[in-house]
Design a protein around this ligand. Structure first.
Ligand SMILES: Nc1ncnc2c1ncn2[C@@H]1O[C@H](COP(=O)(O)OP(=O)(O)OP(=O)(O)O)[C@@H](O)[C@H]1O
Ligand SMILES: [Mg+2]
Length: 253
């Protein structure tokens, strides 16, 4: 049975793309055909993994301009990994979400249902914010996992997200599960990071930590899976690898 997971917090720059992309790579490297859907009009996940702009994008699929098979691209550097891309420049996802999506709030839910025939594991990378597009993606998902950076404002952002998600679940009759938080860019030497982690653990969530690791940015610049990328002979830190393996195991359970 297919599982669809979205990574979301309405705040920007907390690691949604880095974590969704790295987990999609891990799932594919483990041998599972995995689809990463770029639901962010910025198209960061797409520019990370694709060197050339593909012919079609997600917005074309949901507007009926092409079939999903026409738009899905196999990622050349990672076996078993495909992406349904979004063009950051010249793309039409933003325009679509601001105009037509209001009349079609279940369009992504319908699309995921269709994609479930071909993929067991689907990961959605969302944009910051909590507008129509993000809501349409959240109700299309089985689970939403919240990445946050170890800052006080992120805890405030989490509170707001929980509140908005509960309203949305009620209004749109959604059952999306929300039980995991990831504290990203965690540095155990910093007291504030440890305090934020402890505060996050006090809630009803299972809390995971991803260490700060400069290799993510370098792998993204090189268009590579972080797990396969090496700079001057060095790859991800062993603590980062361990953290991702534990997270990967937990999310597909
Ligand atoms: N654990 C980490 N260690 C070091 N750098 C990281 C880590 N996670 C993410 N980054 C870097 O932080 C920046 C922001 O990450 P990312 O783009 O994944 O955030 P985002 O939440 O998707 O942002 P947006 O809200 O704009 O979509 C990127 O340059 C990324 O390489
Ligand atoms: Mg992003």
């Amino acid at each position: 049975m297919t599982k669809t997971i979205a990574f979301h917090l309405q705040k920007g720059g907390v690691g949604k793309t880095t974590i969704s992309g790295t987990l999609a790579c891990q799932s594919a490297l483990d041998g599972f055909p995995t689809l990463l859907v770029d639901v962010d009009p910025q198209g960061n996940a797409s520019s990370w993994f694709l060197k050339q702009a593909p012919k079609y994008e997600l917005a074309d699929v949901i507007q009926g301009k092409c079939f999903c098979q026409d738009a899905i691209v196999k990622i050349p550097t990672v076996d078993n990994l495909s992406i349904l891309p979004t063009f950051g420049i010249g793309g039409s996802l933003k325009g679509y979400s601001e105009t037509k999506l209001a009349e079609e709030p279940f369009v992504l839910q319908d699309l995921i249902k269709e994609l479930s025939n071909s993929y067991e594991r689907i990961i959605l990378d969302l944009s910051p914010g909590l507008g129509r597009l993000e809501r349409a993606a959240l109700i299309a998902s089985d689970e939403v996992i919240t990445p946050m950076t170890p800052e006080v404002f992120s805890l405030d952002g989490l509170e707001i997200f929980i509140d908005e998600l509960n309203k949305m679940k009620k209004n749109l009759r959604s059952n999306v599960k929300h039980s995991k938080i990831i504290i990203n860019s965690f540095d155990n030497r910093i007291k504030q990071h440890r305090n934020i982690y402890s505060a996050a653990c006090e809630g009803a969530f299972t809390v995971y930590k991803i260490p700060v690791d400069p290799l993510f940015r370098k792998a993204q610049e090189a268009g590579m899976a972080p797990q396969l990328f090496k700079k001057n002979g060095k790859g991800l830190k062993s603590t980062t690898v361990e953290a991702f393996l534990a997270l990967n195991k937990a999310i597909w359970r």
